[in-house]
Design a binder for this molecule. Structure first.
Ligand code: BGC
Length: 467
């Protein structure tokens, strides 16, 4: 029967998918210094291990859209939980680099699937009134997952044991089992059940999650929506001129979210700290735990800010801060001789400032905006394109980071100036982001989704959208 708190419990269990997304992408950062020693890896092999997981995510996000429609949201998430469990075990056991690469690719499939299917499941099972908050929990849990990975990496980092990376990967099994068992008992979403003509079951789920006064109305709305989906626009509508701005915004915001270099900090921060002169793997990992804590705290702050000061303002404040801190991070490396012992302090401080600005802006905004700007009938497709772009750009940055440093080193003849230049490239991209955002970030705060659709139909520019 109806229980107000039940939907929070359902959303929290499903959001474990976000936690795993964060954990399994973040866990690599603490494992890298050990992997490097244990297998005598080169920079480009390190990049490959990171990038293979991301390529898996691209493939997962690509195939899961159709699968979630055919098999249902719940079954796909259950399947991903199975891959999360077995993938974590496999990458921990991996006897050589090749198996490590393949196991990371395999695990990546689940990461890609969860990045798409989890918010979809939560959005469809939530009562309309609190849907926004519940979906935002997804980004929060991504950051919690990253932090959990950093902390567990730190606790397991043992400088006398070169195979410390193995238990780091095994820890991922725990949340994966929780997700599997949890999802086993959770219901399918009413909307998917309705789309398969299983109205009685849909009603049963809705009676548990929705305010009794609203159950009939919700079922009615779903019926209408599904009728409209069937009779109205085909999916190809998304490529028509009136949808062009929405597509540019979705792909563009994901481009800038990734190309300001966020994941070089998330995945490689212990490595970066080591290069800045921190001693020992453990010290470097603990320094990056602080990155994880700041990420979580400022993401919580963003949940309060997003509906108060609006998307555009947050975007500009955040991206300007990202630009300034990237310049500073680069300067730490360029001036490390002059700064001496201070390098470490200034570097940690500027990385924390960078993360804080990211966490209140590009982090949550990108996922939120792609879920808002597409008309209902192509919302799933539109956000899967955004999510695919996210993983594609993410892979590109992770895969080229050390190559860029290598290239600059070759050109400029010095590792520190090479690292500095790489961060300054990210800084230059964040400047372009500011300019792009001026034209393309829409102010969707307080604007109904129907009004957004109407705005696009009237060929309104993103800038001129407001309530
Ligand atoms: C991004 C991830 C990133 C995370 C950091 C997410 O919004 O998509 O790539 O690792 O934020 O908190």
């Amino acid at each position: 029967m109806y229980n107000k708190n039940l939907v929070w419990i359902i959303a929290a269990i499903a959001a474990t998918g976000g936690l795993l997304f964060g954990f399994d992408t973040g866990v690599i950062s603490g494992a890298i210094p050990f992997l490097r020693n244990d297998f005598q890896l080169t920079d480009s092999q390190i990049e490959n291990i990171t990038a293979f997981g991301l390529i898996g995510a691209v493939i997962g996000a690509l195939v899961c859209g159709r699968l979630t429609d055919i098999l249902g949201r719940r079954r796909v998430i259950l399947g991903s939980a199975f891959v999360f469990v077995t993938g974590a075990l496999w990458s921990g056991i991996a006897p050589n680099v090749t198996q490590l690469l393949i196991s990371r690719l395999y695990l990546g499939l689940a990461i890609g699937v969860s990045s798409f299917a989890t918010p979809l499941y939560i959005a469809e099972i939530s009562p309309t009134k609190i849907r926004g908050t519940l979906v935002s929990m997804f980004q929060l849990l991504i950051t919690v997952g990253i932090l959990a990975a950093y902390i567990s990496d730190s606790l397991l980092a043992d400088n006398s044991n070169p195979e410390s990376w193995r238990p780091m990967f095994y820890v991922g099994v725990i949340p994966a089992i929780i997700l599997y068992i949890g999802m086993y008992f959770l219901p399918e979403t009413p909307r998917w059940l309705m789309s398969k003509g299983r109205e009685a079951e849909a009603l049963k789920v809705l009676r548990m999650t929705e305010d009794p006064k609203l159950v009939e109305k919700s079922i009615d709305n779903m019926r209408k929506e599904i009728q409209q989906d069937k009779s109205q626009m085909p999916w190809t509508e998304i490529f028509k001129p009136w949808m062009r701005n929405a597509l540019i915004i979705a792909v563009g915001i994901m481009f800038f979210q990734q190309f300001v270099g966020i994941n070089t900090v998330i995945y490689y921060s212990p490595d970066i700290f080591l290069r800045a002169g921190f001693n020992g793997n453990q010290a470097a990992i603990w320094a990056s735990v602080s990155v994880g804590v700041v990420n979580v705290l400022f993401t919580i702050l963003s949940l309060f800010l997003i509906d108060k000061i609006g998307r555009r303002k947050l975007f500009f404040i955040g991206t300007a801060g990202i630009f300034a801190s990237l310049v500073l991070i680069g300067a730490c490396f360029a001036l490390s001789d002059a700064l001496g012992e201070f390098t470490k302090i200034v570097l940690v401080a500027s990385m924390l400032i960078y993360i804080a600005f990211f966490a209140i802006s590009l982090g949550p905004l990108a996922w939120l905006i792609i879920s808002e700007i597409f008309p209902l009938k192509v919302r799933g497709l539109g956000s899967s394109i955004g999510s695919l772009a996210n993983w594609g750009f993410n892979t590109l940055v992770a895969w080229t980071f050390f190559k860029m440093i290598g290239g600059f080193n070759y050109l400029l003849g010095g590792e520190n100036i090479a690292i500095a230049s790489t961060f300054w490239v990210f800084a230059a991209i964040s400047l372009i982001a500011l300019l792009w955002g001026y034209f393309y970030i829409p102010e969707t705060k307080g604007v109904s989704l129907e009004k957004i659709e109407e705005h696009w139909r009237k060929k309104g520019s993103p800038r001129s959208l407001s309530n």
